[in-house]
Design a protein. Structure first.
Length: 434
């Protein structure tokens, strides 16, 4: 693929920005001119990577990595509260709520966004755009303007619905998450409604464009005709370099970090180290973090617990001790190599980091693609899965016992694959393709 100037466009979400930035640096290593488009909050990090920054806001909803400095309009805060309440009710309720929020989350002022992309293309000699799968307005703009692009998929591959699938409806569920057929049917109906609304908006704008692009059947399935880069593993053996779009599985898309002296001192001399994280937003579930802290302490009183608690760290201060570190923000990538166990929500970034280092995992899925990731891990015997709303202390202790006594052979297998791949591998594969 002959492309000299690469323009990457990132949503203002830290969990998507960070892998996309690493991918951008891989293009740079191969001598490409790289421009990185995103909101101003990330400008410093982009420029530190020796990349050209271009300010473009593609969503009013932002998560810049530290909850306390993430500004949300009141309407977004209200919807976040609605989301948190749904997570307490269960998996299907959460996915229904997320589906109803999609249009406001992910299709913000599409006409304005398309105009911005058109302006970029007229003012810069861009050979290839790279767009995050959740940036639906950007994908719509690139498609309707007939511009060359590849799709980057940092969450689970099934975030892109296959034929006869609905966006946001897991194909399979981990056994720890019971789902009633009636609930599932309701989720499918809500998903179809959201899907139809998105697709109708897309096709209206495609009709109004001057590019003669074909109408689409499902807006959530609109991806590059050239290539899809997955920040995941090819668990289902679908990679085929002879087919278009070229599907490239990179296994990981992060940069390892060194742990500073202060943290090295904190973890020194401890036999067992357990990382507990529910991600930036889900750390709102203080009740779950409490149960995990208490259970892990009972499992091994001599272990060191490191808890990432976001804005809720102070709500857990009574659990702090010499063996329980609770912080709003932790250097997760730097800590990961030192951990013995990782207990988390099933987010793709934490998952791929833990897999890279071959860490035994317990996953408590709440929302989004976390159910798909948890299912894969259960099927491949890579992690134990617990229901975040109903797990008992005994179940947590059993899960800890299992992950610490089972063979690491399968974890090691996929860890080796991850280390052989990564963003440099994916970019080279992409640029070497037809």
């Amino acid at each position: 693929m002959n492309a000299n100037h690469i323009f990457l466009i990132s949503p203002p979400f830290y969990s998507h920005f960070t892998p996309l930035l690493v991918l951008a640096k891989s293009f740079k290593k191969l001598g490409k001119e790289v421009t990185f488009g995103c909101s101003n909050e990330f400008k410093e990090q982009v420029e530190q990577g020796n990349l050209t920054f271009y300010e473009i806001d593609i969503s009013k909803n932002k998560n810049v990595g530290k909850a306390k400095i993430t500004n949300q309009p009141d309407s977004e805060k209200d919807r976040l509260d609605e989301f948190f309440e749904a997570t307490r009710k269960g998996a299907v309720e959460t996915l229904i709520t997320q589906s109803k929020h999609r249009e406001k989350d992910m299709l913000y002022k599409p006409e304005e966004l398309i105009s911005k992309i058109e302006k970029i293309d007229k003012s810069l000699a861009v050979d290839l755009y790279v767009v995050d799968i959740l940036s639906y307005g950007v994908t719509l703009g690139l498609y309707s303007l007939n511009l060359p692009f590849v799709t980057f998929c940092p969450p689970h591959p099934r975030t892109i619905p296959m034929e006869n699938e609905n966006y946001g409806v897991p194909k399979n569920w981990p056994s720890a998450i019971p789902v009633e057929n009636k609930q599932l049917e309701e989720l499918k109906q809500v998903s179809k409604k959201t899907q139809n609304e998105f697709t109708s908006i897309f096709n209206k704008m495609i009709e109004e464009s001057t590019s003669n692009c074909k109408k689409i059947e499902n807006a959530f399935s609109l991806v590059s005709e050239k290539a899809i880069l997955y920040n995941y593993f090819d668990f289902d053996s679908i990679e085929d370099k002879q087919q278009l779009p070229n599907r490239i599985f990179m296994g990981n898309c992060f940069e390892g970090k060194s742990l500073d002296k202060e943290w090295l001192e904190k973890i020194k001399g401890t036999n067992s180290k357990i990382l507990i994280t529910l991600g930036t937003f889900l750390s709102n579930r203080v009740d779950v973090l409490e149960k995990l802290i208490v259970g892990c302490e009972k499992y091994n009183p001599g272990s060191l617990l490191i808890v990432s608690a976001g804005d809720n760290a102070e709500k857990l201060k009574q659990y702090r001790s010499s063996s329980v570190i609770i912080e709003a923000f932790i250097p997760q990538k730097a800590l990961m190599p030192y951990m013995d166990n990782v207990i988390f929500h099933g987010g793709c970034n934490t998952f791929t980091e833990a897999m890279y280092y071959g860490k035994p995992m317990i996953i408590l899925p709440f929302s989004s693609d976390q159910f798909n990731i948890a299912y894969d891990c259960e099927k491949k015997e890579l992690a134990e899965i617990l229901n975040p709303n109903t797990f008992e202390e005994k179940e947590l202790l059993t899960a800890l016992e299992k992950i610490n006594n089972q063979s690491k052979r399968k974890l090691t297998h996929w860890s080796d694959i991850s280390k052989k791949r990564g963003p440099d591998y994916a970019v080279k594969q992409l640029l070497d393709s037809h």
